[in-house]
Design a protein around this ligand. Structure first.
Ligand SMILES: [Zn+2]
Ligand SMILES: [Zn+2]
Length: 193
């Protein structure tokens, strides 16, 4: 059997995806995907590379959105908190509500993430053990873990006040790293075409 891409060169392996003959040169080109996909021919490797690029791009886009939303909320929160503190020091008006609003805004994104985690936990429990119900004079209500979600939300907010800047920095660094990786893969792909 000869290499499908290089008809005069004997194949050393078969593509694990399409069965095409793969020569030493082709095997070297597709080496980066060896561990996850086995030996690939160049065409299947290109397809694999395209899929990887698409999903990495999508993930990185979501990462950037997360970073932007949480940093914008944090910024507004800090401004509100400072306004609240200034008003309290001024003694003119009641700055406490705006201070609290500022703190909640700072941690809002993390709070919502934690609330979602509580919802997921509740859904899992419901699936495993069945739903639970409360009977009152007004009727029967399905328990929706309201307090659990509220507690999780506020734990998230409290953590978010401290953790958001760290997460924003970490998220931005990861975003830049993946952007570079994607660029490298795109370069590799266009070199193959
Ligand atoms: Zn193939
Ligand atoms: Zn070949």
């Amino acid at each position: 059997m000869n290499c499908t891409k290089h008809p005069n060169v004997p194949a050393v392996a078969q593509c694990s995806n399409c069965g095409a003959g793969v020569c030493t040169e082709c095997a070297e080109i597709t080496e980066p995907a060896r561990e996850s996909c086995g030996v690939l021919c160049v065409d299947c490797y290109k397809g694999e590379l395209e899929r990887t690029i698409t999903s990495a791009k999508k993930k990185n886009g979501k990462r950037l959105t997360r970073v932007l939303i949480s940093s914008i909320l944090y910024l507004i929160g800090v401004i509100a908190a400072i306004c609240g503190v200034l008003e309290i020091m001024d003694g003119a008006g009641d700055g406490v509500p705006i201070l609290i609003l500022g703190i909640v805004l700072c941690g809002l994104y993390t709070g919502l993430t934690w609330k979602k985690a509580a919802q997921d936990k509740h859904d899992r429990d419901e699936m495993q053990n069945g739903a639970t119900y409360v009977i009152t004079d007004d009727g029967i209500y399905k328990k929706d873990a309201f307090w659990l979600k509220l507690v999780y939300f506020f734990i998230g907010v409290a953590l978010g006040v401290i953790m958001t800047p760290v997460n924003v920095i970490r998220g931005s660094v990861t975003y830049a790293k993946f952007k570079k990786l994607i660029k490298g893969m795109q370069k590799e792909l266009s070199a193959l075409n």
